[in-house]
Each structure stands twice: as C-alpha cells, then as structure tokens.
Ligand binder design. Structure first.
Ligand SMILES: NC(=O)c1ccc[n+]([C@@H]2O[C@H](COP(=O)([O-])OP(=O)(O)OC[C@H]3O[C@@H](n4cnc5c(N)ncnc54)[C@H](OP(=O)(O)O)[C@@H]3O)[C@@H](O)[C@H]2O)c1
Length: 311
C-alpha cells in the first residue's frame, strides 16, 4: 500500500509517500481501506518528538479516519467487508501505524459506525475532537446548569466541538478566536459572543456582556499568555479545563490567582478514556442531534487517490 511514513522524529513536513507492506488483521482486528484521514495537532507534536509516545520507526501518523472494511481477523463478527466504519480511538497513529495510508489495521473495539446522515469526511474528522470536548465540559461534577463557558482557539477542531456541545448542553458559550473572519461561522453554531484575544478591550467587552455573571468554565486549547487572562475571567470556584498549549508556556503564572477564588485547573487527556470514550461519543452524537449540528470541515486535500480531510 501507499503510506506517508516518518523515519525520524524531526517534523511532519519530512513525512514521505512511499510503498509499505499491506497490514494483515490479527485476531480481533479489522483492516479498513481509508477514504479520509484527519490531521490533528497531536500528529505534528508526535512527529516533532514532543509527545509522550515514541513509536518504533518508521511510523505512520494519523489517529482519525474513515473507510471501508476489507478484511478481518478471527473473532470479528460486527464489521463485514464492504461496510463503512470510522475510528473512535486507540493506538492508531500513536503506538501503531495510523491512518495516513491506504489501509489501516484497527482493533474491532476501536471502530464506530458512520453516524446517520454524516459524510465519511465528517466522520473521519470528528471522534478525537468531540470526545476531547466532551471530557473538557463534563469532568466537573458541580458545573451549574446555566453556566458561562469560555472557549479559546474556538475556531479549531476542539473549539468548534466544545462550542457545539456546550450550546447543546444549554450553556452560554463565548468564543475567543483571533481575527474576526471566523466569528460569523462560530456565531452560527450558537456562540453567544465572539471575542478577539488580540483586542486589548476583550476583557471589558466580556464584562459588559456578562454583567454580574462570571465565567464558570474556561476550555483552554491555547495556553501561553492568554492563560493568565482566562484566570481573571473566572468567578468563585471557577474551573479551567486545560486541553492544549498551541501558544506555548504560561509566563509568570502567579499561584495567588487560584487560591483567592478557589479556582480549579483540570487537565484533559483524551488518551486516558478507554471504556468512557464510547459513552462520550454516544453522548456527543445525542447532543449534536438535539441541535442538528454536524462537524465543520474547513479543508479537504486530495492526494493522488487518497483523500485527507482536516476538520
Ligand atoms: N488534551 C487532550 O487530550 C487533547 C485532545 C485533542 C487536542 N488537544 C490539543 O488541543 C489543542 C487544540 O487542538 P485542535 O484540534 O482544536 O487544534 P486546531 O484545529 O489546530 O485549532 C486550534 C485553534 O487554536 C488557535 N491557535 C492556533 N495556534 C495558536 C497560537 N499559536 N496562539 C493562539 N491561538 C492559536 C486557532 O484558533 P483561532 O485562530 O480561532 O484563534 C486554531 O484554530 C492542540 O494543542 C491539541 O494538541 C489535546
């Protein structure tokens, strides 16, 4: 098969398209002929050696994908050749070969059906970001029903998923997104207010919008200097779900900030979900169906006969 392989952990741009042996399904596994694969920041981090996992090389990246079942190993009954499936989660692209290839072997318990009415592109782009967003929104047992949820990097995969799920849960969702060209799309998803973190007045605008209310939960995909500004928006016993750090380290973090208001900082780790990921996926689909929301696909790149989608 053709596959994009990395031979060193020296950057995703060094991946090259080449021929490798076709995967053979072990007992309990299914081989999918991929239609679409989604590119996540974690693929880039892994290729740069900035990820806990250090797979044997050469390695094929790609955690998310959808395609058609072509074969299966002993003991697989629910996935028949010709049926369409997508990947929920597992070691694909991390500890074993992933989806930036024509074929991928996947444990049967890691597969999901393509949700009714969804395209294969939508299914390929969805599982990692929705399951992450679900964890970020639900890991706090005491989040009030009418909460204000502030989402950074709102236009990204996790940001869009957090916005859609948060709106469906009945929260007031406020998005932080650089520039204003993406604000209209986020507003159409139900975000109550969009702010540009580069606007020095964003904090003031937020305060005017909220009046006496404060942010109950911030979902942070970005980190960096913005993190301290997020802390300042939280009310008593406010929470931050820490998802990503695209803007790097948090400078000059003052531990006084959390203790005066009893703030809580909670890490999100989608990889830590095992059994819970199926519940998170099912719950996410129920929420999306409630508001007729679907994954947003920004860009689809067709590479020879392989289709790669980024959501
Ligand atoms: N903890 C977990 O289990 C888990 C799971 C999934 C993802 N993640 C992490 O979560 C983060 C977001 O993932 P994603 O899939 O949503 O990524 P994405 O689709 O690339 O989107 C990230 C968004 O963040 C903003 N952004 C990007 N670079 C930035 C920078 N340097 N400074 C400020 N804002 C920046 C952009 O939004 P605007 O242009 O609108 O500002 C971008 O659309 C990544 O770090 C990823 O590795 C973690």
């Amino acid at each position: 098969m053709k596959a994009w392989i990395i031979e060193r952990l020296d950057g995703i741009e060094k991946a090259r398209l080449t021929e490798v042996a076709d995967p053979v399904p072990a007992a309990g596994e299914v081989v999918l002929r991929l239609t679409c694969a989604a590119l996540n920041p974690a693929d880039r981090y892994l290729a740069e050696g900035q990820y806990p996992a250090k797979p044997p090389l050469p390695h094929i990246l790609g955690r998310d994908g959808s395609g058609t079942v072509v074969s299966s190993g002993a003991g697989v009954q629910d996935h028949l050749p010709g049926q369409k499936r997508a990947i929920l989660r597992g070691g694909m692209g991390v500890s074993r070969w992933g989806t930036f290839a024509e074929l991928v072997a996947v444990p049967a318990e890691s597969l999901i059906e393509i949700p009714s009415g969804w395209t294969e592109e939508q299914a390929a782009s969805a599982s990692l970001v929705y399951v992450t967003a679900f964890q970020a929104l639900t890991q706090w047992e005491d989040l009030p029903a009418q909460s204000v949820v502030l989402v950074t990097g709102a236009s990204g995969g996790v940001g869009v998923a957090s916005t859609q799920l948060g709106v469906a849960m009945g929260y007031t969702v406020i998005g932080l997104s650089r520039g204003s060209e993406k604000h209209a799309a986020l507003r159409s998803l139900g975000a109550a207010l969009l702010l540009d973190p580069a606007d020095a007045q964003w904090h003031k605008t937020l305060g005017e919008f909220l009046g006496k209310r404060k942010v109950n939960l911030a979902i942070d995909n970005v980190g960096g200097p913005l993190f301290n500004q997020l802390i300042a928006t939280l009310g008593n016993r406010g929470r931050i779900s820490v998802v990503g750090r695209l803007a790097g380290e948090v400078p000059r973090f003052n531990t006084a900030a959390p203790f005066f208001r009893r703030l809580r900082i909670g890490g999100v780790a989608v990889g830590a979900y095992n059994q819970e990921s199926r519940h998170a996926w099912k719950s996410s689909l129920d929420l999306l169906n409630k508001t007729a929301a679907r994954p947003l696909i920004d860009l689809v790149a067709r590479i020879r006969s392989i289709v790669y989608s980024a959501g």
